[in-house]
Design a protein around this ligand. Structure first.
Ligand code: HEC
Ligand code: HEC
Length: 455
């Protein structure tokens, strides 16, 4: 079969009838990558949060392991996953930032841009914030706390996951849209749109380095048009005026430019070169039609694949969270819709596989703990728990060491243990589909696995 070559459409993979066309890209605004990193870690783009004095009282300075280079001023003592800002009322505040979800550890090292695949969103996110309000005696600070608390309480019921690891960002975005006027961006404690489902579609945060190759954002390639504008949608939590949104947007061209410079981390362990060499032609035969080719002359085809052909869990792709019609319409009518679009598709983009070894667990919902199990559907555990120690990486199976269980969440009486079970029988958590490695021999699968280490 053929693989991506120049501008020719890529031939379908064996057994796939649908001849996929590459997803076209849209022009992007240029920006300054170095300034983008500075803005990302120091910029103060989330302008509500805990009053700084309260934050310091409750949390104190960050541990050295949670500090990242380049942070200055009010950000210098914060852990990487919090950012300092000044609210419109002039109060210093602290809240989560992009790196709350977009930095993670692999093999002990923190990698900015790796999805945080170990965050715990199983508890009520707003409980602590609600509980600390009484500690604030200064009236101006108390008003600032209340402003933040209102938003956190409003979104809390729509952002609770069944298991540690998967991320609620898509549902979170939808809940925020429901509370904002699309034209003025004014916040209202009462939702103007039907809220998203309380059963949250699980999402495994993708690594930022894919954006160097992708023409679109998000698993279903729904993020079209101006990417910088879409990225600053994280400010939907706090940004209450179009003027503030415009000021943040002007800086996000730099953030986007920085994200596009990121490269995948290299596999840090040994590679069996002879085996990887045997894997390369197999990969090019079976996988490259969708995922592209790698190395000097590599071509990435940006191909969307219908659910009917990929067969992975369909919940995220079929109109849930921010991709439901009412939120797509909100987006189109809003400040975001001026330059960008949300387009839905009943399927998923075949992502670039650069640095794929580092991004376990796999698929858009993080339902498969290792690459060995991606390639061998029969080996995928129906229910599993995993290590959360990033040094406890499985070099043979390429992913997180896991324990397969003979029961799902319902049969586990202990709540703390239950929340650590990935139960693929739950809606959105399914681990089926993508059986493209099933016909290979164990030896061929091992060769492809070895080759994947080199991407
Ligand atoms: C609460 C967690 C969370 C926060 C905070 C967050 N993101 Fe994301 N981000 C996600 C998730 C989850 C996805 C994947 C969503 C999907 O594909 O449906 C994503 C997707 C993306 C993508 C697209 C990646 C791809 O391969 O398509 C980019 C770029 C991105 N985020 C940038 C940012 C920036 C910049 C910020 C800060 C302004 C930010 N994100 C804040 C969770 C988060
Ligand atoms: C018909 C197109 C197609 C073929 C052929 C194909 N894939 Fe995929 N692959 C996809 C799509 C689409 C996804 C996204 C599925 C999802 O996230 O639910 C995907 C996801 C993946 C992922 C998970 C990425 C992540 O975000 O966690 C890996 C790893 C992968 N493929 C490897 C392979 C390998 C190796 C082969 C060859 C044995 C292969 N694929 C063949 C379309 C394809």
């Amino acid at each position: 079969m053929l693989v991506a070559c120049g501008t020719d459409p890529v031939a379908p993979a064996p057994g796939i009838e649908h001849p996929y066309e590459p997803v076209p890209g849209d022009p992007q605004r240029p920006g300054d990558a170095a300034q983008g990193y500075d803005y990302l870690v120091n910029g103060g783009y989330i302008t509500c949060g805990l009053p700084r004095a309260l934050y310091d009282q409750v949390y104190g300075p960050a541990s050295a392991a949670d500090m990242i280079p380049g942070r200055t001023g009010a950000n210098a003592t914060l852990p990487y996953y919090y950012g300092a800002a000044t609210s419109p009322a002039g109060q210093p505040v602290v809240s989560g930032n992009c790196l709350t979800c977009h930095a993670g550890r692999i093999n002990g090292a923190l990698v900015v841009g790796l999805g945080a695949n170990d965050r715990d969103f199983t508890m009520n996110q707003a409980a602590t914030i609600g509980a600390v309000g009484d500690l604030v005696t200064d009236p101006a600070q108390h008003a600032e706390w209340a402003r933040f608390n209102d938003r956190m309480q409003a979104i809390a019921p729509y952002t609770q996951m069944l298991t540690v690891g998967p991320n609620p960002a898509d549902n979170l975005t939808a809940a925020l849209m429901a509370h904002r006027d699309p034209t003025t961006l004014a916040w209202s404690n009462t939702a103007a749109l039907e809220l998203p489902p309380a059963v949250v579609a699980p999402v495994d945060v993708p690594p930022w380095w894919r954006m160097a190759k992708k023409t679109t954002m998000f698993y279903s390639a729904s993020g079209r048009g101006d990417h910088a504008r879409i990225m600053m949608a994280a400010s939907l939590l706090c940004t209450d005026t179009v003027a503030e949104a415009q000021a943040i947007d002007a800086k996000f061209v730099d953030v986007r430019a920085w994200i596009e410079t990121l490269a995948a981390p290299k596999w840090p362990f040994a590679v069996d070169a002879a085996r990887a060499d045997r894997g390369k032609p197999l990969f090019e035969q079976v996988c490259a039609g969708c995922h592209g080719t790698y190395g000097d002359k590599g071509e990435y085809p940006n191909q969307l694949v219908l659910l009917a052909d990929v067969g992975t869990d369909g919940l995220l792709a079929t109109g849930t969270a921010q991709f439901a019609d009412r939120f797509v319409a909100w987006f189109a009518a809003s400040f975001w819709g001026q330059t960008s679009r949300i387009e839905t598709f009943a399927g998923y983009l075949a992502p670039p596989l650069d640095g794929i070894w580092a991004t376990a667990p796999f698929f858009h919902n993080g339902s498969v703990p290792t690459l060995a199990a991606v390639l061998d559907p029969a080996a995928r555990p129906a229910s599993w728990t995993r290590t959360f120690d990033s040094k406890d990486y499985d070099q043979a199976a390429l992913g997180w060491k896991f324990t397969a269980l003979d029961h799902g969440q319902a049969a586990e009486p202990d709540a703390a243990k239950r929340r650590r079970i990935y139960d693929t029988s739950q809606p959105g958590y399914g681990n089926g589909g993508h059986t493209f490695g099933a016909e290979l021999t164990p030896d061929e699968r091992a060769a492809i696995l070895e080759y994947l280490k080199t991407l």
